[in-house]
Design a protein around this ligand. Structure first.
Ligand code: HEC
Length: 152
């Protein structure tokens, strides 16, 4: 083992050095990517996480909604703990009759339908928001909402 390391390492460094200096004599020798180089190359191309995309989309909701535990009601109710809750259940918020009578439990499916076209899914809702047409936007905003409104 000792022998292998001492014979392989110097030639590895030599190849790296040659490549680093332009290495005209060995154009085929690929420079072995160092871990640091890989991370640096990947960073700018890194895609936003779904929660990060959701956070951007939620900017459209936050004029009316807070997410954090004990957050205040604005034009719309605070959404802490909304998943698994009955629609219209936040005490101290004046929901529309339609929402209170909707009989909906908020799951990914019901939330998806509501966010797609609020006024169609709950006719008479007083949430004046047109809806999120794109499935990927609804998925992203839900991922974000879940991460922020669910007790960990
Ligand atoms: C213009 C203000 C406004 C905007 C923008 C808005 N909402 Fe609402 N939202 C409301 C109101 C008002 C209600 C209560 C509806 C009712 O009582 O019919 C509500 C209700 C809800 C509910 C049901 C809460 C419960 O306790 O049953 C959810 C979930 C919700 N909104 C999510 C969202 C999301 C997600 C967005 C952004 C994509 C959004 N809202 C954008 C005003 C708004």
């Amino acid at each position: 083992m000792k022998n292998l390391t001492s014979t392989l390492l110097p030639s590895f460094f030599a190849a790296t050095l040659l490549a680093a200096c332009g290495g005209e004599k060995t154009p085929e020798t690929p420079t072995p990517p160092t871990p640091a180089a890989t991370t640096q190359a990947a960073a700018p191309a890194a895609v936003m996480t779904i929660e990060q995309r959701g956070a951007r989309i939620f900017k459209r909701c936050q004029a009316c909604h807070t997410l954090e535990e004990g957050g205040r009601n604005k034009v719309g109710p605070n959404l802490w703990g909304v998943y698994g809750a009955q629609a219209g259940a936040h005490e101290a918020f004046a929901y529309s009759k339609a929402m209170k009578a909707a009989g909906i439990t908020w799951t990914e499916e019901t939330m998806d339908a509501y966010l797609k076209k609020p006024a169609e899914y709950v006719p008479g809702t007083k949430m004046s928001f047109i809806g999120l047409k794109k499935q990927e936007d609804r998925d992203a905003v839900q991922a974000y909402m879940k991460s922020k409104t669910t007790p960990q």
